[in-house]
Write a protein that binds this ligand. Structure first.
Ligand SMILES: C[S@@+](CC[C@H](N)C(=O)[O-])C[C@H]1O[C@@H](n2cnc3c(N)ncnc32)[C@H](O)[C@@H]1O
Length: 432
């Protein structure tokens, strides 16, 4: 899979970035404000009027048709501006290859306390690491290892020596207690921050655990926030790191690692936390399965509460009261009441409900905003990941982007896979 196949509609990364930034500039209102401030900042008024005259379900079905070969049957009812938006989102969606897992590797395994999601993830990641093992990798450094589930599986299914690194001391100890392997799986506490001191500490740890010149693979399974881009810097700076596999998550938790590529840095881009939060939300496939009414009521509640607090100068602190379930909330009034009772709201609860009920005409527009944000999720995520690919390409490597997990199971399903020298490893990634 070459970069041009990945980009599909663009010749170069530069072209892609230019097009993406034009698109993000045109539709910046989608992500300029935090969602709970959309009523304070009048975001809903920025939705084109002609989009608001369509049923949000219809917009969803129309967007959906872009993911299937079937044409949308009521296309004549969709305004040109929305068609234009949808075509642009299609053009900016990357054509990401699936990682084809051999059936034999998908055999069920018994590991206590694992969710089906985690099981799915570690089985597939393990299968990928095994391919790297066959090509000469003999050690794994699992960065942000948590409780070490992937390490347990790697220990069962490979001959690799494994070092798990974790910033949380409790998890480091818990992972150490969990491992039954003496002499092959190790856990150490270290905060990975990309400084030269951290690189030195990591080098010392790897020198203690692995034989000199052991080719290592850096592994990051749901390496959250800054950890993923930092791992790529470490991959570049650490001589024994021959390969890396990074599945990122929580893009909105990044403090200062976006963008990382010179290609984007020199463009002086302005990307908000909300944009990164959208990149980190559930995939379109998962979003579609949700209860959209509850979702829009929920956002309406948060946004109207924020506006109420500001306009009526009340203070709202989360109360210790047991939250009431919202699943059977019934009507919107009850839903709002359930929500507001999670706060110390005795003095203004009725006032809030009365006022919020005069604002419910915003709910349809909120539903439209939710569909639009869900539609751009993949583009926002692809944009962040392409910046990381660009960083690695600028360093002279040949990274790949692959769909490692089923995105109906794992919202963060994409992995950056990179090898430093080995042609075979690079070609291996090409076959995904
Ligand atoms: C989302 S969890 C994933 C855990 C594990 N990889 C898994 O998939 O089960 C991310 C883990 O990375 C750890 N972490 C976050 N930032 C880190 C850093 N800078 N250095 C080392 N570990 C970090 C967190 O404590 C957490 O355990």
């Amino acid at each position: 899979m070459s970069l041009s196949e990945l980009l599909e509609f663009h010749e170069t990364l530069e072209e892609y970035f230019d097009d993406a930034l034009t698109f993000f500039g045109r539709f910046h209102w989608i992500y300029d404000s935090p969602n709970n401030e959309i009523l304070i900042r009048n975001v809903l008024e920025k939705i084109p009027l002609e989009w608001c005259s369509i049923d949000p379900n219809q917009i969803e079905a129309y967007f959906d048709s872009f993911a299937t070969p079937q044409r949308y049957s009521c296309e004549e009812s969709i305004p040109e501006s929305l068609k234009d938006f949808a075509r642009m989102t299609r053009k900016l969606s990357l054509n990401i290859p699936e990682f084809n897992l051999k059936k034999a590797d998908d055999l069920p395994i018994i590991m206590k306390g694992l969710s089906p999601k985690k099981l799915h993830e570690i089985l597939r990641l393990c299968a990928l690491v095994k391919l790297f093992e066959e090509e000469g990798i003999s050690g794994v450094v699992d960065i942000g290892c948590g409780l070490g589930y992937i390490d347990e599986l790697l220990e069962q299914r490979t001959k690799l020596k494994i070092l798990g690194i974790e910033s949380n001391e409790y998890r480091t100890e818990a992972a150490t207690r969990r491992t039954k392997s003496v002499g092959r799986v190790f856990y150490r506490h270290l905060i990975i921050d990309g400084t030269s001191e951290c690189l030195d500490s990591l080098s010392k740890l790897t020198e203690n655990i692995f034989e000199p010149s052991t080719p290592l693979c850096l592994l990051g399974l749901h390496a959250c926030g800054d950890l993923s881009p930092t791992m790529l810097k470490i991959f570049d700076g650490c001589a024994s790191a021959e390969a890396c596999i990074v599945v990122s998550c929580c893009y909105h938790r990044m403090d200062n690692n976006f963008p990382v590529s010179q290609g984007l840095k020199r463009r002086d881009i302005k990307i908000s936390k909300t944009f990164l939060r959208i990149a980190a939300q559930e995939s379109w496939e998962q979003w579609r399965k949700q209860n959209k009414i509850l979702q829009s009521w929920n956002l309406f509640f948060r946004a109207s509460l924020e506006r109420f607090i500001k306009d009526f100068k009340v203070t709202a602190a989360k109360s210790r009261r047991k939250p009431l379930g919202t699943k059977n909330a019934g009507d919107i009034e009850n839903f709002l009441r359930v929500g507001v009772r999670a706060y110390n709201s005795d003095e203004w609860e009725d006032h809030f409900i009365k006022w919020a009920l005069t604002q419910t005409n915003f709910i349809d527009k909120i539903r439209i905003l939710c569909v639009i944000q869900a539609r751009i999720q993949n583009i926002a995520e692809h944009f962040v990941l392409l910046d990381r690919l660009a960083y690695l390409i600028e360093k002279g490597y040949h990274p790949r982007l692959v769909r490692l997990f089923d995105n109906e199971i794992s919202p963060r399903s994409l992995a950056i896979v990179c090898s430093k020298h080995s042609e075979t490893l690079a070609n291996l990634a090409k076959t995904f």
